[in-house]
Design a protein around this ligand. Structure first.
Ligand code: ADE
Ligand code: ZN
Length: 385
């Protein structure tokens, strides 16, 4: 099957300075310049005041994408292509009919479609094609490191084996840095609306097969499924040497964020936007430098916030929170990381300075090794020259 390119627009050279001055190096190796991205010289040296060159809404910075569900990257065209390949009849006559369903009223209304569309993922090749399509598109968005969640239970419940879904995704991730310039880690996310016993059983199977996972996450329907339900799961993951993250405070209350920290011992919070309702919690998160992987377009599409103009991201930045910008389920929410940045710039006037800060936060908050973080921070610093 041909690789689907995710409908990428042509990327353009960025023109913002790095704030990661400590990581600045004099060299940008040729192989560090992404396909389609001009070198810093080509990007132009003429500066505006204080070395900040004007940028348009469509610029890319080197970033780490820390909140991404691989199943949420299934673009409508790929859904139809995989359905045809697997002889599956979709309940939509055409792309327009499918796209007409992308009007969500809340998280659950999205999850219903998200799980239904996974029916087209049947073989290792399907999982591999989906992953390759994401990486190709993410590369044009400036993503240089990605920590990719997948939902094994959502596939097991459809009769698709762990080996099929894990090997399909992992086979592409194994060469992502050579092929796409993107270092990657795989995170097994557990569905919080299922039982903890189910999650524990799947985790043991993943460990037994030596699946190449760096960590575990917690996702799906949040309200009514508090983090504390998964205390044993996260303890087991810690014992197995896995990194630990959880969705909390997307639709759920601030108490869920506190539970994720205190009961699960998570190292990052996915979303976390509702922390802004509790000043003590904000103070704690700032003090602990706790990363919050914010997904602005997702929050608007799932009505966690009414409009981008009302999104708490600027207030979170102003409060000193360690926030990054991510795409969550880009095929469903109107865009990839670059689209999120572009709309934040054009609709709420996010500054070059804040964009660089968000990019640096994403790199520093990743689970990449220190050498890779240093390399990417240097690339970010160099991107502003
Ligand atoms: N699974 C995929 N996307 C999700 C989201 N935004 N929240 C919770 N679970 C998800
Ligand atoms: Zn998510």
């Amino acid at each position: 099957m041909e690789t689907y390119d995710g409908g990428a627009g042509a990327p353009q050279a960025e023109g913002v300075p790095g704030d990661a001055a400590e990581a600045r190096t004099d060299e940008v190796r040729a192989d560090e310049v992404r396909p389609g991205q001009a070198s810093t010289e080509e990007a132009g040296a003429e500066g505006s005041t204080e070395g900040v060159r004007p940028t348009d809404a469509r610029t890319t910075l080197p970033v780490a994408e820390l909140h991404l569900h691989i199943e949420g990257t299934l673009e409508p065209e790929l859904i139809f292509a995989l359905a045809e390949r697997n002889g599956i009849t979709l309940p939509y006559a055409d792309l327009d009919e499918l796209r007409a369903r992308y009007e969500f009223t809340d998280l659950q209304s999205f999850l219903d479609l998200y799980y239904a569309n996974m029916a087209v993922l049947q073989t290792e090749q399907d999982f591999a094609d989906m992953t390759r399509a994401y990486l190709a598109r993410a590369a044009t968005a400036g993503v240089r490191h990605a920590e990719i969640m997948m939902d094994p239970q959502a596939h097991l419940s459809r009769g698709v084996s762990l080996a099929t879904c894990v090997n399909g995704v992992a086979s592409v991730l194994a060469t992502s840095q050579q092929e796409f310039g993107i270092s990657t880690l795989l995170i097994a996310a557990f569905l919080r609306d299922l039982s903890e016993d189910s999650a524990l059983e799947v985790l043991e199977q993943l460990l037994a097969m030596d699946a190449p996972i760096a960590g575990i996450g917690l996702d799906s329907a949040e309200v009514g499924n508090p983090p504390s339900k998964f205390q044993r799961l996260f303890a087991r993951a810690k014992e197995a040497g896995l990194r630990r993250i959880a969705h909390a405070g997307e639709e759920g209350p601030t108490a869920y964020i506190i539970e994720a920290l205190d009961v699960l011992g998570v190292e990052r919070i996915d979303h976390g936007i509702r922390c802004m309702e509790d000043t003590d919690l904000v103070e704690r998160l700032v003090h602990e430098l706790m990363p919050l992987t914010v997904c602005p377009l997702s929050n608007v599409r799932l009505r966690a916030v009414d409009t981008l103009a009302e999104h708490p991201l600027p207030a979170m930045l102003a409060a000193g929170l360690n926030v990054s910008v991510n795409s969550d389920d880009p095929a469903y929410f109107g865009g990839y990381v670059d689209d999120n940045f572009a709309r934040l710039r054009s609709e709420i006037g996010l500054s070059d300075f804040d964009c660089v800060r968000l990019a640096a936060n994403s790199i520093r908050s990743s689970f990449a090794d220190e050498d890779r973080k240093t390399e990417l921070l240097a690339e970010l610093a160099a991107s502003g020259r």
